[in-house]
Design a protein around this ligand. Structure first.
Ligand code: NAD
Length: 251
């Protein structure tokens, strides 16, 4: 039996609570011992919905339930390191929502903490598990050109990080896993539009293999688009993350 908890049950964290609850209902070897949120009314509401206990802080959770073995961390990104550090030091493995951290230095510290305490930290790069991405991975041969768009309508969420860490991070993760060649050059442009941070960005990444990937991400669009298209010898492949489908054309 694995004792789990969810830290941060806002818009996204409540999905973690819902899924742990479902797994429990399906008889999996899992027990959700509690949910934590700085907004206690929110923690209470989610705990009530999924039949578990509510806590206002990680400290309270760990004091009451020292048996917690794994936790989802779905607090805002600027709080990831602080929250995960507290859990890792108490021997708890963590599933941290993307982006892993707000900076490279913070990500390095997290890796160091895992090594020091012999714990697991996994990042919630959910697009890796999108059926369209999973179906595409075995088709990849020698990709030479990517065109990637991830556009969303503005919401006042995740504004503690720029659009590269908020949205483009998914596509960077997927393309790097498909290309498997060192990055040679990165050129980028980004602009703040509605928040104080970059809200729209374009990145041109060139790889040692000669492959070029062109990424566009926006959180101030009037439409929702999540598409990745690429060319490789004799093939053009188009992935729609939203529709979860893949089109393969012989060229
Ligand atoms: N994998 C994905 O596709 C995906 C999608 C959306 C969001 N996310 C990530 O999930 C995380 C949360 O995003 P969100 O949209 O749910 O944010 P949100 O603001 O809706 O929720 C965050 C919650 O954390 C609580 N909180 C803040 N500081 C806390 C602390 N120190 N301790 C306990 N609770 C605290 C807030 O009260 C709030 O309820 C972000 O890192 C975001 O990037 C991932």
């Amino acid at each position: 039996m694995i004792n789990v908890a969810v830290i941060g049950v806002g818009a996204f964290g409540r999905n973690h609570a819902r899924v742990y609850h479902q797994l429990q209902q399906q008889g999996e070897e899992i027990r959700m011992v509690g949910v934590v949120d700085a907004d206690v009314a929110r923690a209470d509401a989610v705990a009530k919905e999924y039949g578990t206990r509510a806590f206002g802080s990680v400290e309270q959770l760990l004091t009451t339930h020292s048996e917690v073995q794994a936790a989802s961390v779905a607090v805002p990104t600027r709080e990831h390191l602080k929250t995960a550090r507290r859990l890792l030091r108490s021997g708890v493995d963590v599933l941290i929502e993307k982006p892993l951290a707000a900076s490279l230095a913070e990500a390095d510290e997290l890796i160091g903490l895992c090594q020091e305490h012999g714990r697991i930290a996994q990042v919630g790069h959910l697009e890796r598990f999108n059926p369209a991405v999973r179906a595409t991975a075995p088709l990849v041969t020698l990709p030479m050109f990517f065109e990637v768009h991830r556009l969303s309508i503005f919401t006042p969420r995740s504004l503690d990080v720029d659009v590269v860490l908020d949205l483009m991070i998914h596509d960077l993760d997927v393309v790097l896993s498909f290309v498997r060649s060192p990055v040679k050059e990165i050129r980028a442009v980004g602009l703040p539009i509605l928040s104080g941070k970059v809200d729209i960005a374009n990145v041109r990444m060139e790889f040692d293999s000669g492959c070029v990937a062109n990424f566009t991400a926006s959180r101030v669009s009037t439409e929702r688009v999540r598409k990745l298209r690429f060319f490789q010898p004799q093939q053009y492949i188009s992935v729609d993350y939203g529709r979860q489908d893949v089109l393969v054309f012989a060229v």
